[in-house]
Design a protein around this ligand. Structure first.
Ligand code: NAP
Ligand code: SF4
Length: 675
């Protein structure tokens, strides 16, 4: 019997049966906007081949005013319909099912023509929306219905009506955004009329044999959000209006509570969906931070939902379901919920991809096949760059030896996994371990590879990584000074008062690590909910604790410093930087920018400010931790070059500046695809 009996059970929707309980949730990939429809089709077809039960596309705008940004994709012309038909045909040929999400952004639409129930600007957009009049509301409904019929014409198996995350339909539901006094505002019955009317008319237009999913905000995570009673009332009305499935939405985009970041516990919000079970008779889907078949199976077997939605895990591995079904779950490339190559890209106007799987959304351009000329390949350094190269090169049939002087693989990933809130990195290292075995990589740990060892290989790849940069501060050789490596890898003793030199990704990680003591809230959901102020929406509107976040008292008194006179953490991930900052602020970490480091003595770190080096100040500290960035480690590469042996240099050994696992893995995979 399968290890995932609930996950792999079919789901009967009446006119159609889904092969399993896995929905690939909607993601904006940016692919449609490239207008390369072959590429769009291949992205979805690859996931269909990988066995997912049903997919939902990225949000399609029903009209110009409802697009997330000007020019956002939608089905506006006969040519659009023909393009989408290419996608649905390819998915169906691959044996999959696909629904199109209709996304009207309302006041979140990033443009001056945005519309909303009331003219109230959102905190995450500079544009104040225009309040719709009765005709305007009718136009929005009718445009959404038209989008649904066009989706049907384009061959989709259904639509998902986006009613959560604070978008247009959600905006009608709560007084936070709906101050109308006509039949669309006032009482909850009035406020919920718009989503209900939309679903009723969509169903009327598409007929009974078409999937209609409604994504319902089950916990708004904003002040004055919906009560649980209202959520249930809406769910029942949406069912009566003709929806086939209810999907879970968690939190508005403007919420100041993280909902999908890596520090959010796995299945953190499944309990919210579970509350709806039994209230409606149509299937209910749960979502957020479900990223392995084990967790998905758990959620279903515990009765939290009838189906699970996973989105980013399908960027990390298109074959998630097929591998689980084949009993090979350990080979599923894990989504570590970092957002670095997916949402951070989306919000920077770049095409989505995946840190773990650079092929995601690049299926037509980055591919590899078995080599016809197997080579002996030596790779030095078993960090993310070396591991990714070894995995793909060996998969292609090259004979790969991977050297590392450490006793374990993972390189810098082993430091990341020590940080509370970054536990997912354990899974990433474990997956690389599996893949080394899977592809019979000759792993030579505890081994310094020198030029003599490497000279006879056909190809040599240097992925030796980085060394900490020396910040050259007077007094830094004192006993009270440590490097981030001593702290994160060596478990060195750190005093109660700490000054951290450097506020990049690692400075923030070290601060997070040192501020915590005891269990990581990411591993203890009750602690995490308390830390961020999440409550049951049955007790408090929107699920936002009126008392605010209640973090555990910080373990140390920490000052985080940088020389740049800008907000600390400004260059961290676009969608996660605010979480790191908020988390440290909750732990009273003092953040100081614009400093000059003058000297370190037994009392702590002396800094001054500005070009004139004014206002000498002592940051009293028992321990000073240096996190001043990194430089390439290229000693092996230099020795090889001296012997005239060509080598490929990748990852941090190539360029240390702004190095992260995303660039390292991408570079490694692309190189391995070519050699
Ligand atoms: P980094 O992000 O480049 O930050 C280096 C820090 O050191 C900066 O705050 C910089 O600020 C400071 N610095 C640079 N030169 C200095 C000098 N000579 N003296 C004193 N301070 C100096 O490097 P990192 O923190 O080592 O991180 C390495 C890479 O790993 C980064 O790309 C990072 O994004 C990635 N990473 C990412 C995450 C994540 O959460 N996404 C976590 C960990 C690491 P000033 O120049 O203003 O002083
Ligand atoms: Fe998951 Fe990170 Fe890949 Fe996004 S980039 S899909 S969050 S692993």
């Amino acid at each position: 019997m399968s290890r995932y009996p609930h996950l792999l059970a079919p789901l009967d929707l009446g006119h159609i049966t889904l092969p399993n309980r896995v929905l690939m949730g909607s993601m904006h990939t940016g692919l449609e906007e490239t207008r390369d429809w072959n590429r769009v089709a291949e992205f979805y077809a690859a996931r269909a081949r990988g066995g997912v039960g049903l997919m939902v596309t990225g949000g399609m705008a029903p009209n110009a005013e409802g697009g997330v940004f000007p020019g956002a994709a939608g089905l506006f012309t006969p040519e659009d319909i023909a393009n989408h038909k290419r996608v649905t045909d390819r998915v169906h040929t691959a044996g999959g099912l696909i629904a199109m999400q209709i996304l009207h952004a309302g006041r979140y639409a990033y443009g001056p023509n945005c519309v909303a129930p009331s003219a109230i600007k959102s905190p995450i957009s500079p544009f104040k929306p225009t309040e719709l009049n009765e005709d305007g509301i009718e136009k929005q409904i009718s445009d959404i219905v038209t989008a649904a019929t066009r989706a049907q014409e384009a061959g989709y198996d259904g639509v998902e009506v986006m009613g959560s995350e604070g978008y247009f339909l959600n905006q009608f539901l709560v007084t936070h955004t709906n101050r109308r006094e006509d039949r669309w505002g006032g009482s909850y019955e009035n406020r919920m009329q718009l989503p209900v009317e939309v679903v009723r008319r969509v169903r009327e237009a598409v007929g009974p044999d078409f999937i209609v999913i409604y994504r319902l905000s089950m916990i708004d995570l904003i002040p004055n959000g919906s009560t649980w009673e209202e959520v249930v009332q809406l769910a029942k009305a949406i069912e009566a209006a003709g929806a086939s499935i209810l999907n879970t939405g968690i939190g508005w985009h403007e919420a100041r509570i993280p909902t999908i970041a890596t520090s959010v516990p796995r299945k953190a919000f499944a309990w919210v969906t579970q509350k709806l079970m039994g209230e409606v008779s149509i299937p209910v889907i749960t979502s957020n931070r479900i990223n392995t078949p084990e967790v998905a199976e758990e959620v279903l077997s515990e009765g939290c939902a009838d189906m699970v939605s996973m989105a980013r895990p399908f960027l990390a591995d298109a074959d998630f379901v097929a591998k689980a079904a084949a009993g090979r779950a350990q080979t599923i490339a894990p989504c570590i919920a970092c957002n670095q190559a997916c949402l951070d890209h989306t919000f920077s106007g770049k095409l989505t991809s995946c840190l773990v799987n650079p092929r995601a959304c690049h299926e037509t351009e980055l591919s590899w096949s078995a080599t016809e000329t197997p080579k002996r390949v030596a790779i030095v350094g078993a960090g993310p760059a070396g591991l990714a190269t070894a995995m793909v090169a060996a998969e292609r049939g090259h004979k790969v030896a991977l050297f590392d002087k450490a006793p374990e693989i993972g390189g810098q990933l082993n430091m990341a996994k020590m940080v509370p809130g970054k536990e997912e990195f354990h899974g990433l290292v474990a997956w690389f371990e599996t893949m080394m075995e899977e592809h019979s990589v000759d792993l030579r740990l505890n081994t310094e590879a020198d030029a003599a060892t490497l000279i006879d290989f056909d190809e040599v790849i240097i992925a030796t990584g980085v060394l900490p940069r020396d910040p050259e501060i007077m007094g830094q050789t004192g006993p009270n000074v440590l490097s981030y490596i001593d702290v994160l890898r060596g478990g060195a003793h750190v005093g109660n008062r700490v000054a951290i030199v450097g506020a990049g990704g690692i400075g923030f990680d070290v601060a997070e690590y040192l501020a915590h003591e005891g269990e990581s809230p990411t591993e203890v959901p009750e602690l995490w909910r308390k830390e961020w102020g999440v409550r049951d929406p049955e007790d408090v509107r929107g699920g936002v604790a009126p008392e605010g976040p209640q973090p555990v008292a910080p373990a140390r008194e920490i000052t985080l410093l940088q020389r740049k006179a800008e907000k600390l953490g400004k260059r961290l991930g676009k969608t996660t930087g605010w979480i790191h900052r908020a988390s440290l602020q909750m732990k009273n970490v003092r953040m100081l920018g614009g400093v000059n480091y003058e000297k370190i003595d037994a009392r702590g770190l002396w800094v001054s400010y500005g070009e004139e080096r004014e206002r000498l100040e002592l940051i009293e500290a028992d321990t000073i931790v240096l996190c001043a960035g990194q430089i390439p480690l290229r000693d092996v590469a230099d020795a090889l070059i001296a012997k005239g042996k060509p080598a490929h240099i990748i990852g941090g050994a190539d360029v240390a500046a702004e190095l992260d696992a995303k660039r390292a893995i991408d570079q490694g995979v692309r190189l391995a695809a070519q050699i």
